[in-house]
Design a protein around this ligand. Sequence first.
Ligand code: FES
Ligand code: FES
Length: 158
Amino acid sequence: MVVTVVVNGTRVTETIPTRLSVTDFLRHRLGLTGTHVGCEQGVCGMCTVVLDGEAVKSCLMYAAQLDGHEVETVESLGDGDALSPLQQAFKSEHGLQCGFCTPAFLMTATALARGGEPLTREEIREELAGVLCRCTGYEFIVNAVERHLGARPGAADD
Ligand code: FES
Ligand code: FES
């Protein structure tokens, strides 16, 4: 079947097998390898991308479902070596170690920031709970998202 989708602001039309997942479509068809694969069962959240403004687990969707929709991946953030404010917040707060989970957290936080609602630290934790990091213990990741959302005390000073 043929699918037409806007990916990171660019319209793409591809002929695909009906059972191709969104994750494989992004990684193998479009070469957007920032979206990582973990469990492929909807558990780990590594594959999180933004679909029409909402964070979704791309391993649970078929690429066929993207037809007429808009997808954003981690490659949409930053500009070459220049980090986006969200990426900068992760860097400043040391919100990553191996970085395998980082694209998923960045895209989850991208969707959160678009919501524009003030969130408590506990609410941020709940929103991030769908992505499993094996390295950092979450504190620094939550700090980074909190900083980006403007809620982290003192973040503006350093
Ligand atoms: S790869 Fe684990 S939730 Fe998608
Ligand atoms: S930084 Fe390594 S899995 Fe999260």
